[in-house]
Design a protein. Structure first.
Length: 377
């Protein structure tokens, strides 16, 4: 059946207009949307406006998304797509943009998107969410439209926390690993694309669920984790982010399939996440850009907010660099930028209504002092 109404949520008018002339329409499948197929370059360009740095990740994600869209438009042979699915695994430190990239991608593709935290799930029959709930949540984001949800994106965060807990140092609660290996096992059927019974109305009380059959073969899954204590072999030398010296991005060797299996991911699970991307920690320069450059950058946001009170808020470059340095030192990546900037704007926001018409400049001294005192903790 043809989905009559195109999916509207998160539509960005300007961005869509830019792409009106793009690529061929997909005619192969009547289910396909009547919309130009975005090219990897167009997807990349969109991501690039919102995501600073992470060039490789942006390119890889753009290609995977392009392939995903192509697949969705392909004819099926006996219900099976001929093209293989390109689910992704993003590996990178906290605040490097894993969730941000996935979210921005969903905006760009205008498909429903849901973020699931892998640690909230357990093997079926145990206390905790069943993995089908992820699809239920996707359905919710698609206004319960199964056709639309079937082309959606599910972002599974913290997959490093569902590693098998049988080896050595890891502490397991009991003999059955219901939150780790059990969840990985349960996820297999979602990842490879099967018809599953997804609960409708997940936001309502759990025992009122109705179920609907949904095929996950076209759903794009993006898994992500920090794998922060990933170690290289018996020598125990940490890999990657911040751990392998603070040199340039990618100074350490790349994470291999074996590293991930040793870490506790099942080979079958990894096999269903064929596209792997490593994200490097953001540099000071990149953190500076994150604050000031994208259209939705936090500094722009506070400037716009204060403009409403008639106050012209300015940060000096040195001030923003001091914030960036602070994040590099604390290894929080971009994660704490918003909180820090919000804290810095605190006093100005309090006074703003009385300071109409003024220009307020926050300089490096102000920032340094604030970072040292109350913001430091
Ligand atoms: N590369 C980036 N470009 C622009 N903004 C970024 C980038 N990385 C992070 N941010 C900003 O920082 C916030 C936190 O980043 P995000 O949630 O993507 O981190 P993460 O890599 O998923 O970390 P975690 O492992 O802690 O979940 C985002 O909401 C976004 O605003
Ligand atoms: Mg995240």
């Amino acid at each position: 059946m043809v989905a009559e109404t195109p999916y509207k949520k998160g539509r960005l008018a300007g961005a869509a207009a830019e792409w009106d002339t793009a690529g061929p329409f997909m005619k192969a499948n009547p289910r396909a949307e009547r919309r130009p197929l975005l090219t990897p370059r167009q997807i990349y360009t969109y991501l690039d406006r919102y995501v600073v740095g992470q060039e490789r990740a942006k390119r890889t994600v753009a290609i995977a998304a392009y392939n995903h869209l192509k697949r969705c438009g392909q004819p099926t042979a006996a219900g099976k797509r001929l093209l293989k699915k390109s689910n992704l695994l993003l590996i990178g430190p906290t605040g490097s943009g894993k969730t941000h990239i996935a979210r921005t991608l969903a905006q760009c593709l205008e498909v429903p998107f849901t973020v699931a935290d892998a640690t909230e799930y357990t093997e079926a029959g145990y206390y905790g969410k069943d993995v089908e709930v992820m699809i239920g949540e996707l359905l919710h984001h698609a206004d319960q439209n199964v056709e639309v949800a079937q082309r959606g994106i599910v972002f599974i965060d913290e997959v490093d926390k569902i590693a098998r807990r049988t080896q050595g140092a890891r502490t397991g609660a009991g003999t059955r690993d219901i939150g780790g290996e059990g969840v990985q096992q349960s996820l297999l059927k979602l990842l490879e694309g099967r018809e599953i019974f997804a609960p409708l109305n997940v936001t309502q009380h759990w025992n009122k669920h109705d179920f609907v059959v949904l095929d996950t073969q076209d759903v794009l899954f993006i898994a992500a984790g920090t794998f922060s204590d990933l170690h290289l072999g018996p020598a125990g030398k940490p890999v990657g982010f911040g751990a392998a010296g603070d040199g340039a991005a990618g100074a350490g060797r790349r994470v291999t399939e074996k590293d991930l299996i040793d870490y506790g991911l099942l080979a079958e699970f990894l096999g269903r996440l064929p596209v792997r991307v490593e994200l490097a920690p953001l540099s000071e320069e990149e953190l500076f850009l994150v604050m000031s450059s994208p259209p939705d950058a936090v500094v722009r946001e506070y400037q716009a907010l204060l403009k409403l009170d008639g106050v012209d808020l300015q940060f000096t470059e040195g001030a923003l660099r001091a914030v960036a340095q602070h994040c590099v030192r604390r290894r929080t990546g971009a994660r704490s930028l918003r909180t820090l900037v919000e804290g810095l704007c605190h006093d100005v926001m309090f006074d703003a209504p009385e300071r109409k018409g003024e220009t307020v400049v926050l300089d490096v001294d102000y920032v340094a002092e604030r970072l040292e005192s109350d913001l430091a903790q």
